[in-house]
Design a protein around this ligand. Structure first.
Ligand code: CU
Length: 149
């Protein structure tokens, strides 16, 4: 009986992990990550995106502020690396669920951001403390809550 419960749990786990696989349409989205060559957590984030199924191009830059300025990413919402997906920017250690939401819903915004480098976020060590609040940044610079994970 115990074995049956164990097998059922394993099957459930397999199903759950199967469900979180990135949709082929989404996986066809190319992501370009701008980061400093010496940034360790940025590198781990790149591997996280690849594992999630995205096709990732890495651009090591000397000055990461440049891409943030070009995209008018508010300083208070900025992080270490900046990713570009289609016409959107994705700032920082944003969980892929938010990127999937962005590219499937295609809202009329400039991009999304997870400010700082929160503990436990993709690519960051440590335990997760509370929800990750991912912000949306409008083309006019207005910000709002995009998603909570
Ligand atoms: Cu980082």
């Amino acid at each position: 009986m115990k074995k049956q419960i164990f097998l059922t749990l394993m099957l459930l786990l397999a199903l759950i992990s199967g469900c979180t696989k990135v949709d082929p349409v989404v996986a066809s989205e190319k992501i370009t990550v701008y980061k400093s060559q010496s940034c360790g957590c940025c590198g781990i984030y790149v591997n996280y995106l690849k594992k999630a199924g995205f096709s990732v191009e890495v651009k090591d830059v000397l000055d990461v502020a440049e891409i943030k300025n070009q995209n008018k990413i508010p300083r208070e919402l900025s992080s270490c690396h900046t990713s570009i997906v289609g016409k959107y920017f994705v700032e920082g250690h944003v969980p892929y669920e938010a990127i999937v939401k962005l590219v499937t819903e295609k809202p009329d915004i400039a991009g999304i951001a997870l400010p700082g480098m929160p503990s436990g976020s993709p690519g960051m060590p440590g335990a997760k403390r509370g929800d990750f609040v991912i912000y949306s940044i409008g083309k006019d610079g207005t910000t709002g809550e995009f998603m909570r994970i």
